[in-house]
Write a protein that binds this ligand. Structure first.
Ligand code: ADP
Ligand code: MG
Length: 241
């Protein structure tokens, strides 16, 4: 499916990010169009998380540009960007372990002041019945997979225009991995634009409209998700073939 006619919501152009003397991202260019699910794959240490941190205003940009909704994100903090719908689910989930499920979901709406927050919590419970069952339980008492569901539910409470997910399947049991990829696909079908960072390359590319491969801070390949999945170089490097 071609989406060239769709508006570019997120544009990363020639992005460079450094930690002191270490160049973690060395000129990455990535585009996410309205309605797309784009997967960014690559080995541990390739610079994927650093890219997401730069995009969300958490890590300073050394060079290059990041545009969200056509405007530079420079000078805008994570809160401002989240308020405009650019929302990240961080690596390791980032749930508030000493708050209940419901309180975590309410925290997800911290950039909002409308009257539909309770209705949106019910919608999240519709997507994740498990969270509804445990609504009054402390988040810290749940399994990794349940906490990932909570992290996704909390992000949805911000009404994201572009949702950035960092390794949602990491450390989960095979059944939970299936569940998480299923939900990512469902959320995408409901119209949320997504940039999905994953080490599980086969699953991430299988559900993606397009994908990018990152190696040592550089984007080395890009294309249609299916084409990348069938590419012998990708298969050799990331699918163990
Ligand atoms: N806070 C940090 N300080 C110094 N180096 C870091 C920091 N975070 C990441 N790095 C380095 O930057 C590179 C990219 O890391 P990262 O973006 O986390 O990769 P990925 O998410 O693809 O695994 C790695 O070499 C990593 O060691
Ligand atoms: Mg990472």
């Amino acid at each position: 499916m071609t989406q060239d006619n769709k508006q570019v919501l997120l544009e990363v152009r020639g992005l460079k990010v450094a930690y002191g003397g270490i160049q973690a991202v060395k000129g990455a260019t990535i585009e996410v169009r309205e309605g797309e699910l784009v997967s960014l794959i690559g080995a541990n240490g390739a610079g994927k998380t650093t890219t997401l941190k730069a995009v969300t205003g958490i890590q300073p940009i050394a060079d290059g540009e990041v545009h969200y909704l056509g405007r530079s994100i420079r000078g805008q903090g994570a809160w401002d960007l989240a308020k405009q719908g650019l929302v990240m689910i961080p690596e390791g989930r980032g749930t508030f372990t000493r708050m209940t499920i419901t309180e975590n979901l309410q925290m997800g709406a911290y950039t909002r002041n409308d009257k539909e927050i309770d209705a949106d919590i019910e919608k999240v419970f519709g997507i994740f019945p498990r969270l509804k069952e445990r609504r009054d339980q402390l988040a810290g008492t749940m399994s990794g997979g349940e906490q990932q569901m909570l992290a996704m539910g909390r992000a949805l409470m911000a009404r994201p225009k572009v949702l950035l997910l960092d390794e949602p399947s990491m450390g989960l049991s095979p059944i939970m991995v299936d569940k998480i990829f299923e939900v990512v696909g469902d959320i995408h079908k409901q119209g949320v634009t997504m940039l999905l960072v994953e080490q599980n390359a086969s699953r991430a590319l299988a559900i993606a409209d397009r994908g990018y491969v990152m190696e040592s801070g550089e984007v080395t390949m890009s294309g249609n998700g299916r084409d990348l999945l069938d590419d012998p170089k990708v298969r050799a490097a990331y699918l163990g073939e």
